[in-house]
Design a protein around this ligand. Structure first.
Ligand SMILES: [Zn+2]
Length: 703
């Protein structure tokens, strides 16, 4: 590991932040980002940094202040606002106390803030405060963890880092750890850092550069120490699978996702679901396929922080029966059931032993490791799933490295329980807003078109993860990345799908299973139109329209149903039919007939899929010409013909459609999106129903 400190970049940070926040904070921002930007040092919100400087009070007094990482920001993107200032003297005085509860510690951190609106300072802020050094850097570096999560961890750390550091055994973060570190450093004031076994590394210095570069040097020394002692290969191959890991993961994902969903007991919101992120790098596959995986996989995390993201252990299925799907599903069900009961037993045992009462968390695993398929990682959102996946990648590599040098030894379940059920740690997960489609995956065909984009926007705003499927992948990707930029990381993606082609729809659905783990809501929205009177309508034109509007809907429902059946947690189909189903117009036979067929198919599907808990509903919208910047491709094509049929100019069409309904309403794609959210959130126990979205057209009233 090499220092990435560059004087020019440090200067740039001072130029950017120095005037408003001072040079100390500017440099603290710069080197915090250097640490945060290296996943071998910290992952997603892990680690923390500080600088001791001054702050000016309202009276104009300059007071000693600790600027320490606050909760809610990650080091890689930290801004000065993410380093709240706390009165240093007040914090240091706390050391006089014999004990301090966690709640009081947080209270003390808050009441010593200079800005009452600042985020909570890190739970390790007191540790930073009690150290005398100006700059302090803390990471959970992979190499330090691979070295210290070993039976001989402390011994080796001493051998490797010598007199440069103080080495402490594992102590739960909080007031006692802060005191212990301060005492260790006072006993040896010349040390450059502190190794906390099975937790991480602190380094310190008089300047940002010194503290950061010491950190890198210490980690580098650990890396070299491990490399010299490492056996090759790290792991022994045990099984070989020839099938593509993507295919195996996509197959197994919906079943696993269904098994992980938590039944709520609430009829109108029966499940809380997870979203998946799959990882199948050669390293992960080698780990899962190794002889050591049997033992290593089910060991605890590298650092206690990870427990809230990945749970203490992953689920490991040693011998997946890839050749027999039914047996495989049964294996998964048994394994998840076992995991849940083991988790409940662990929770109850720890509660009993410690004499505490805690609110149990859900018992579902966050990570499943399968030989052949790799790591399937889950979270409440795609972002959470990604965090679990990143942690898993680093964890498996570090475990393999520890194994190949001495042997991996994790924290005990009792130590992990303290962290998992530590109120301060739980707070990091934040309050989840319970939006209507939280945790749901919505698959929209015709996703690049005006209505598809509108549906995607509204569903994403309702908390869903959105997949825009379209023949025009470029346009779908553009729309998905816009939705993602508004709704948050990982919340949307695009997939190529030609709904007229069964294989294409199947492949698209499999791609969704690989990306998010499954589907909860399928919106059969892709449609085309054609203007011609019946007398001159060619069979080929009628067939082209029917292929998309009718068979496309069949393919979509069928492939979605395959996933719904595998998940076993119900689901929704919404067919975007048309006002034309009940109120046809002249010259529009190909379109109206195909939409009527799809509409009827939806009703039959409602009957057939009800036993699976799947609801199928239909929306009949009137003409929608565009959504924001996205024009309706269908209308671009047919507007001239429809205008002619109605004796109007093209420009007059939108106004014509608005004036013909009872409410004089302009129908928009977002209205269709609202209908999708309404159905998909089980607001009413309804299936097989048609919801007109047309401003009220008497001839189109459902009957
Ligand atoms: Zn830490």
């Amino acid at each position: 590991m090499e220092s990435r400190y560059r004087e020019a970049d440090a200067r740039a940070a001072i130029d950017r932040y120095g005037a408003d926040h001072g040079e100390d904070v500017a440099l603290r921002v710069y080197t915090s980002r250097l640490i945060g930007g290296d996943p071998d040092l910290v992952l997603h919100g892990g680690g923390n940094t500080s600088v001791k400087s001054t702050a000016t009070t309202v009276h104009g007094d300059s007071v000693e202040a600790l600027y320490v990482k606050g909760s809610g920001s990650s080091l890689d993107q930290v801004e000065p606002a993410g380093l709240p200032a706390v009165q240093l003297a007040g914090l240091r005085r706390l050391r006089e106390l014999d004990a301090l509860t966690d709640e009081e510690m947080v209270n003390q951190l808050r009441i010593h803030l200079f800005d009452a609106g600042a985020p909570n300072p890190s739970v390790e802020a007191l540790l930073h405060a009690f150290l005398p050094h100006k700059f302090v850097d803390h990471s959970h570096a992979d190499a330090v963890l691979a070295l210290t999560n070993q039976p001989k961890g402390a011994e080796w750390a001493a051998e490797c880092l010598g007199q440069r550091v103080a080495i402490l055994p594992y102590i739960m973060p909080g007031f006692p750890l802060a005191k212990a570190v301060a005492e260790a450093v006072e006993a040896r004031p010349d040390v450059e850092g502190v190794v906390l076994a099975k937790h991480g590394l602190f380094s310190f210095g008089a300047t940002a550069r010194e503290s950061y570069e010491r950190h890198i040097e210490l980690v580098d020394a650990c890396e070299r120490f491990l490399a010299e002692r490492e056996r090759a290969p790290r792991l022994t191959p045990r099984v070989r699978h020839d099938a593509a890991p993507e295919a195996l993961a996509a197959r197994v994902a919906p079943r696993l996702r269904g098994l992980l969903a938590e039944a709520t007991g609430v009829p109108d919101a029966p499940y809380r679901r997870f979203v998946m992120e799959w990882r199948g790098s050669p390293e992960i596959l080698d780990f899962c396929n190794s002889a050591e995986a049997l033992e290593l996989a089910e060991t605890g995390p590298l650092t206690p922080d990870h427990v809230i993201r990945t749970k203490a252990t992953p689920l490991f299925l040693a011998e997946p029966k890839w050749d027999d799907d039914e047996a495989l599903c049964a294996q998964l069900e048994a394994a998840v059931g076992q995991y849940r009961s083991d988790y409940v037993a662990y929770f109850e045992r720890c509660q009993r032993e410690k004499g505490v009462q805690r609110q149990p968390l859900d018992a579902a695993p966050r990570v499943a490791l399968l030989p052949g398929a790799g790591a399937l990682c889950f979270g409440r959102t795609a972002r959470d799933a990604r965090i679990a996946a990143d942690i898993t990648e680093h964890t498996l590599a570090a475990k393999a490295r520890a194994h190949a040098t001495g042997g991996y030894e994790a924290l005990t379940p009792s130590e992990l329980f303290d962290m998992e059920y530590w109120s301060l740690e739980q707070a990091k997960l934040g309050k989840r807003a319970d939006r209507a489609l939280e945790g749901q995956v919505v698959f929209v065909t015709g996703g690049a078109g005006a209505i598809g984009v509108g549906i995607g926007d509204v569903c994403a705003a309702a908390g869903a993860h959105v997949v825009l499927a379209d023949v025009d992948l470029d346009r779908a990707q553009a729309a998905a990345s816009r939705i993602e930029s508004e709704a948050g990381g990982g919340s949307a993606f695009a997939v190529a799908a030609d709904v007229t082609d069964e294989d294409s729809v199947r492949a698209a659905v499999d791609a969704v299973c690989l990306r998010y783990g499954g589907i909860d809501v399928a919106v059969a929205n892709a449609g085309v139109a054609h203007v011609d009177p019946v007398e001159t309508l060619s069979g080929s034109d009628a067939r082209r329209v029917a292929d998309v509007n009718y068979l496309g809907v069949l393919h979509t429902i069928r492939e979605a149903a395959r996933v719904f059946r595998r998940q076993g947690t119900g689901g929704h189909v919404i067919v975007n039919a048309s006002k034309n189903v009940f109120a046809p117009g002249k010259d529009f036979g190909a379109y109206s007939a195909s939409k009527a067929a799809a509409h009827q198919l939806g009703k039959v599907a409602a009957i057939e899929l009800a036993p699976l808990g799947v609801r199928v509903n239909l929306v009949n919208a009137d003409a929608i010409f565009s959504e924001g910047e996205v024009p309706s491709g269908l209308w671009q094509e047919i507007a001239p013909g429809r205008a002619r049929s109605r004796g109007l100019s093209e420009e007059e069409l939108p106004e014509f459609y608005r004036r013909r309904n009872l409410l004089r309403a302009t129908v928009t794609a977002r209205h269709v999106g609202n209908a999708v959210v309404f159905f998909a959130s089980n607001q009413t126990p309804t299936t097989g129903a048609t919801l007109p979205i047309d401003g009220g057209i008497v001839e189109a009233f459902p009957r």
